[in-house]
Each structure stands twice: as structure tokens, then as C-alpha cells.
Ligand binder design. Structure first.
Ligand SMILES: [Cu+2]
Length: 579
């Protein structure tokens, strides 16, 4: 069982336990004896079952098992300790167990709430708040039911409060407000002596485009979604003029995966101001990285990219032999955009499919009808990729995979999440049960180029309550804080930097550092054993622990964020800056 499924199971059991205690309490106040006893017995079993899931999580390397032991376990034990003996005695008047059952319900619910709302790092304050909530709710129930406080219940409440206080103070205190990232850096525009050899103009504007046969409202570059495909040959200088016709919330161009000089990175408020209607901005950088990339707006990025402000950037080493197609996958207004035009090629012709996931969630790709190799991931060639057949690949939000094969005489088809997006003829293969490629074990290994690290950072990805301008919000957090209150990561030019990225939440977070590719060292303690993986986008699934490293060789202030752009806009963004 994966850590993600264990977490889901633990959560479901916790919810069932809390609901059954509360339901049992309610049933006993209504003197529904069989129902109350049944629910309470179920709640007892569910509460005890969490010992199994929590132990399994601890054994699976779940970083946060301690917090469950310190907060959920005492409250659950209190629930069992108070309600259990009374149930076993099964009094003549079932109403007599109402308060103990409700107490158990409040205790398990508040442990659940701390886990869901407060997140990491757990604090003494949260523990105390949970206990106070339980005590207050129990007191109110006593009054409402006209019962007198029982001595043993009061004693257990006091013991739990003291225990939580003692254990709580041993926990990490929540970090104080961090200094905001200094904005408006005014990094100078990069001067490139050579004349630009490739010029493009992209004009952003609202438009109506066709998605799966229906006209939908979009934001488009030059009236099309995706925007024009920008292509260059390595060594070219790219000069791209961005104009904004009528996008009121502003536009920029971020070159996803392209490690451009900081001033060209297109992050509003950090490397430039957003380009407002009637304004323009000229981006200029040398195309010195070969491979498959994409560009997109970084101004209100969640809405902007979803609405269509993105396109493909491909830098080739030279003239193309054979067929070389880009396959950007995007969902516009809930509908998949049409596949690229199909070209038939002679058998034996080399084909390269450049798969690009421009959505905010992972897609599953299956190429049927031919063996293939994964030649590159995130624009970087893999070392010794072997031939794959009947194998699917998962591409994270923002990620790119280049698949290569020699065209067979029979048709081939590419399926994305089961839907054929590209085919050269009818292919009737069922791809749903294919195994998934694990890029960490694919290709030929090479030694890690560094033996030590000058800077190490831990990023715990989570969700929790956060105060933003005094308004509470349920933010996506990093180390318990949300943008703009997350302290920046400070490095010096030349440092070798290690990131440990841990996902405490129950959802996937596709991680994306601007301006650098990171080398994957390990996942869940298992060292990467395949080709060196230099990634700019990778999925950190629930419970996973990734170690990645890079050399700080591109000075500036760089966004470091989740590429589920909704999460990024809801707090999951911090910055890497050079001292
Ligand atoms: Cu995320």
C-alpha cells in the first residue's frame, strides 16, 4: 500500500470514528438504545483501528507520524477510555452514556480538525485549542442534557489537557511572520551583442476559440490556443515582443524550463512588472539549451494559463531528420483541445513526439503500436534510454517527455488518459492496464557530480489555515506558511544546494524551480538508479520525500513553486535568492 493510500485510509477511518461517536451520542440522547450501542461499538473498533494505520504510516517513513502520536492518539485514547467502560456496563438508561459518547466524538473530531486545518508544523497552541474545544463542547452538552459532571470524566479531561500541554511544548513552534521577498529588483536587461536571429511578436488578447467542436471564451496569443510555436536552432538569439491588447489582469512570458537570465524570467512583481493593456515588453535571450519547453503567462497564472495564454518553445540542435511533432495537451473550458494534424510517414522514418503537459494536473500517456524510447525529459537528453513497449508514462504538470521511434508499417496511436490524441490509423489496443515507467530506474546511471552540499533546505508541502491581511484562508502551505510570508531561501553563487521536499498533504504537488534544473538524488530514501534526471517539473505525491540538488549558477530571485497553479496562487510559492 502506498503512503498516499495509507493516508487516505487513515483519514476515512478517522472520519468514520468521529461520526460514529457523535452519532452514538445523539442516538443515546434520543434513547435509541440499539442504534446507540451499534454506532458506539463501531466507533470503538474504528478508533482502535487507527493504531494500525498510524503504525503502518510510521513504518512507511511518513514524516509526520509523531504528530499523530502526540495529538490524535491521546485524544483517541481519551475517547476510548471514557466511553469504553460505560458501554461495557451498558446501563439501563442508555441516556446515561450520552455525554461520554459525545465527549469521544468531540475528542476524535478535534484531533481530525487539527490534522486537516492546522498542518505542519504542529504547535502547542493548536493542541491546547483542540483540548479546550473538547472541554467546552462537553460542558455545553452536560448543561444541555441536564446531566451532572461525572468525576471520572472531569479527571480524564484534566489528564488529557495536561498531557497535551506537556507533549505540545515539545513540538516545533509555528514560525513567526517571515520577511517578505523584496520585490522590484530592477535587474538589468541582459545585453546580447549579437543581432537577434529569431524575432517573434506575441499579442495577448481575449478571443473565441474552438475546443472539441464548441466555441469557448479564451485568452490567446495572436488569437490562437496554444499560441504560436516558437522554434529556434541552438545558438540563436530569441527576441520576443510581448504586447497586451486587452487582458486587464496583466500578462508576462515565463519560459518554463528554460534557464534564462533572471530579468527575462517573466515573474510579475519579482523580475518585472506585469504588462498591462496597451503596454509591451521585449524578452531577449540566447537559445543555448536544446529541447522541448513551453512559455506561459505568470500573471494571475492559474487563470491566465487555464484560459489559454501559453505555447510551445522548441530549440533544435540543427536540421530535423524525419518527423518531429509537438503534442501539447491542454484542457480549455473543461474540454480537451484538438490533437495536432496527423502526418503519415513512410515506414522506417524516425519520429519524435514532444509531449508537453500544460495543464495543472498529471496526465497519463500511452503510445500504442510501436516500441519507443524516452529520449529526453524536461528538455534534457537521457543517458542510455532502452526500448519500451506497452508501457505508459506519467507527465507532471508543466513536464515534457520526448518519445522517439522508427515509424512502423502499421498505425500508431498516442492515448492521453485513455483518449486518442494522435494516430496514424486505427489502433485497437487497450492501454489502461499498462505498467508505468519509473524514470528513476530508466536508462544508464552516472555518478552524482558533487560530494557535499553548501546549503540544505527542507520544504514541507501541506495545507492549513493561514491569516492573510487578517483574513483567514485555507492556504496551500510550505513549512506551515503561505506566500508572501514564506522566508526566501538564500544561496551564494556557486553553492551546491540540496532540497528535501516532503508532501504532508493528501494531494499531488508538481514541484517547479525557476532558472535551474535540479538533479534527482532519491525518492523515499531510494537513490535514483537510472539515467541522471535533470528536471524542472516533478510530481511529489502524498507522503513522498524527494531529495534533489543543483548548483546555484544563475543569479537573481527565482520563483520556487507548485505547478498546480491554483495551489501556487493559494500560497504554495516561495523564492530562491542569491546573496
Ligand atoms: Cu500543489
Amino acid at each position: 500500500m502506498s503512503t498516499g493510500s495509507l493516508l487516505a485510509a487513515d483519514l476515512v477511518i478517522a472520519v468514520l470514528a468521529a461520526a460514529s461517536w457523535l452519532g452514538g451520542g445523539a442516538a443515546s440522547t434520543a434513547r435509541r438504545r440499539p442504534l446507540a450501542l451499534g454506532l458506539a461499538a463501531f466507533a470503538l473498533v474504528a478508533t482502535l483501528a487507527r493504531a494500525i494505520t498510524i503504525t503502518a504510516l510510521a513504518r512507511a517513513g511518513w514524516w509526520f507520524a509523531a504528530e499523530k502520536v502526540l495529538i490524535a492518539a491521546p485524544l483517541s485514547l481519551a475517547a476510548v477510555g471514557v466511553a469504553g467502560p460505560r458501554l461495557l456496563r451498558a446501563p439501563g438508561d442508555i441516556r446515561a452514556v450520552a455525554v461520554p459518547l459525545l465527549f469521544a466524538g468531540y475528542a476524535t473530531s478535534s484531533a481530525l480538525l487539527v490534522t486537516i486545518l492546522h498542518g505542519y508544523p504542529a504547535s502547542a497552541g493548536a493542541g491546547l485549542l483542540a483540548v479546550a474545544g473538547v472541554v467546552a463542547a462537553t460542558a455545553v452538552s452536560w448543561r444541555a442534557l441536564g446531566a451532572r459532571p461525572s468525576r471520572s470524566v472531569s479527571r480524564v479531561a484534566v489528564v488529557v489537557a495536561v498531557a497535551t500541554l506537556v507533549t505540545g511544548t515539545g513540538l516545533t513552534a509555528a514560525p513567526g511572520a517571515a520577511p517578505g521577498v523584496p520585490h522590484d529588483h530592477g535587474y538589468p536587461q541582459t545585453r546580447i551583442a549579437a543581432e537577434p536571429t529569431k524575432r517573434f511578436t506575441l499579442t495577448a488578447g481575449s478571443a473565441t476559440v474552438s475546443a472539441s467542436g464548441r466555441d469557448v471564451a479564451a485568452w490567446a496569443f495572436n488569437g490562437q490556443v496554444p499560441g504560436p510555436e516558437l522554434t529556434a536552432t541552438v545558438g540563436d538569439v530569441l527576441e520576443v515582443t510581448l504586447r497586451n491588447r486587452d487582458i486587464r489582469r496583466g500578462v508576462t512570458l515565463h519560459w518554463h524550463g528554460y534557464d534564462v537570465p533572471n530579468g527575462q524570467d517573466g515573474v510579475p512583481g519579482v523580475t518585472q512588472a506585469a504588462v498591462l493593456p496597451g503596454q509591451e515588453f521585449v524578452y531577449r535571450f540566447r537559445a543555448d539549451q536544446v529541447g522541448t519547453y513551453w512559455y506561459h503567462t505568470h500573471s494571475v497564472s492559474d487563470v491566465g494559463v487555464r484560459m489559454g495564454l501559453y505555447g510551445v518553445l522548441v530549440v533544435r540542435p540543427g536540421p530535423v531528420a524525419g518527423l518531429d511533432v509537438t503534442v501539447p495537451v491542454h484542457t480549455l473550458a473543461g474540454r480537451p483541445l484538438p490533437a495536432p494534424t496527423v502526418e503519415r510517414v513512410e515506414a522506417g522514418v524516425p519520429v519524435r513526439l514532444r509531449l508537453i503537459n500544460t495543464d495543472s494536473t498529471t496526465h497519463r500517456y500511452a503510445l500504442a503500436g510501436t516500441p519507443f524510447r524516452v529520449a529526453a525529459i524536461d528538455g534534457v537528453d537521457l543517458r542510455g534510454p532502452t526500448s519500451l513497449v506497452d508501457t505508459a508514462v506519467l507527465i507532471p504538470a508543466g513536464g515534457r517527455y520526448d518519445l522517439v521511434f522508427d515509424a512502423p508499417a502499421t498505425p500508431v496511436a498516442l492515448f492521453v488518459d485513455g483518449r486518442a490524441v494522435y494516430s496514424t490509423g486505427p489502433v485497437s489496443t487497450a492501454t489502461g492496464a499498462w505498467p508505468l515507467l519509473d524514470p528513476l530506474t530508466y536508462g544508464t546511471a552516472a555518478p552524482v557530480p558533487w560530494s557535499g552540499f553548501d546549503r540544505t533546505f527542507t520544504l514541507v508541502l501541506d495545507r492549513g489555515l493561514d491569516l492573510h491581511n487578517l483574513l483567514p484562508r485555507y492556504a496551500h502551505t510550505i513549512n506551515g506558511a503561505a506566500d508572501p510570508d514564506i522566508p526566501p531561501q538564500v544561496v551564494r553563487l556557486g553553492d551546491v544546494v540540496l532540497f528535501t521536499i516532503v508532501n504532508r498533504s493528501p494531494i499531488v504537488h508538481p514541484w517547479h524551480l525557476h532558472g535551474h534544473h535540479v538533479l534527482v538524488l532519491s525518492r523515499d530514501g531510494e537513490p535514483a538508479a537510472g539515467s541522471p534526471l535533470w528536471l524542472d517539473s516533478f510530481d511529489v505525491r502524498p507522503g513522498e520525500v524527494w531529495k534533489v540538488a543543483f548548483r546555484a549558477d544563475n543569479p537573481g530571485v527565482w520563483a520556487n513553486h507548485c505547478h498546480n497553479l491554483e495551489h501556487a496562487d493559494a500560497g504554495m510559492t516561495l523564492h530562491l535568492m542569491y546573496s
